[in-house]
Design a protein around this ligand. Structure first.
Ligand SMILES: [Zn+2]
Length: 358
């Protein structure tokens, strides 16, 4: 295929036109031309994923800063894999102190970021995502409509993402324009991006260039109809898994109480991954069988494994020092529960909840 043709049936031409520019930007920093092509591809993938939320003039600047970010993080990850190479030999080694500190830091940042939102937004987010109140109930309690509540929640989430990232930076943004620009990007508000000249700002401001990537990269939670897959590494991913799993289960018509139960089980199982395995994934899918409707949750990790499964699922064993329900709790909450684990290979938990029809 020649470079000028669209890469697929979709109209990607304006993105494909960015290729020569990206080759220049990346080629100036990386010598290996295979690596350059890889990074160009990866940049295009991200730009395509974000383009719906970007106004046209912001597209090229975003592509340039993404290419720079990717090039930089390639260098960092090469350093990191050198630093962690010893862990390949002993997988049972305890979590490094720096990682433990990182998790504490993320938890603190979420709390602080939430406190920075307007009261109404805080209340709505906590009610919806922590307590599991659905949009219809929220709308009724505040004399509003489910649509208006959903829009408010989406704005609140966009704001929370920005405040969370700023909080992790632990410094105020360098200019007065940074916060509004990041907010417009996070919310996918194209008109506001144009008004603020978000593209120009991205190119001029290294701070926003760096933060724009985590704000716009949502491929991590890509979903197909009836299924969501969420990579799990941090506490923020646990929240995402719980929220997305809950939203999917809501499509299957589960009651509010059942949704809370499902979300809790997902949360516990995902938290186990963060605490023990460092990384893994949670898949949530709708299932149907003999006119029954249900939701199946699969949690996989490549962690150290669990030597004594029987003990791990027994009541009273929480799996970690917190107040969580852990594996026994998840087993109690769901209708079906299966676990398999191999030391040094990893653990897979499969659990299903069936809808109780009134
Ligand atoms: Zn800025």
């Amino acid at each position: 295929m020649s470079a000028g043709q669209p890469a697929s049936e979709f109209q990607h031409d304006d993105v494909v036109e960015l290729v020569p520019l990206l080759r220049r930007v990346i080629g100036a920093r990386v010598r290996d031309r295979h690596v350059v092509e890889d990074l160009v591809q990866e940049t295009l993938t991200r730009v395509m994923a974000a383009r719906q939320r970007l106004e046209p003039r912001t597209l090229a600047p975003y592509a340039v800063v993404t290419a720079r970010n990717l090039t930089r993080s390639l260098a960092t990850s090469q350093d990191r894999s050198k630093r962690h190479a010893h862990r390949l030999i002993d997988l049972r080694e305890p979590v490094l102190p720096e990682e433990e500190a990182l998790r504490r830091e993320e938890r603190r940042a979420i709390t602080t970021a939430l406190a920075r939102l307007p009261q109404q937004d805080q209340k709505a987010l906590v009610a919806h995502e922590v307590e599991g109140t659905d949009t219809a109930t929220l709308a009724a309690s505040r004399d509003s409509t489910p649509g208006a509540v959903a829009a408010q929640l989406s704005r609140a989430r966009a704001r929370l993402r920005v405040e969370y990232l700023l909080e992790l930076e632990q410094a105020e943004p360098p200019t007065a324009r940074c916060r509004p620009v990041l907010l417009a990007l996070s919310a996918g508000d194209r008109r506001r991006q144009r008004d603020l000249d978000a593209g120009g700002h991205l190119l001029a401001c290294g701070w926003c260039a760096r933060l724009s990537e985590p704000l716009l990269d949502r491929r991590r939670t890509a979903s197909v109809a009836g299924e969501v897959r969420i990579p799990i590494r941090t506490d923020a991913d646990v929240v995402t898994a719980r929220r997305q799993g809950r939203e999917l289960a809501a499509q299957a018509g589960f009651s509010a109480t059942e949704l809370t139960i499902i979300a809790t089980a997902i949360s516990e199982i995902a938290r186990n991954i963060v605490m023990f395995a460092e990384r893994g994934e949670v898949l949530v899918g709708l299932v149907g069988e003999n006119r029954r409707q249900g939701v199946t949750v699969v949690a996989r990790d490549a962690g150290p494994g669990i030597p004594d499964l029987e003990q791990a699922v027994r009541d009273g064993y929480s799996g970690y020092g917190g107040m969580g329900l852990g594996l026994p709790g998840s087993r109690r909450l769901m209708d079906e529960f299966e676990i398999s684990s191999e030391v040094d290979k990893g653990t897979t938990v499969t659990m299903t909840k069936w809808r109780r029809d009134a």
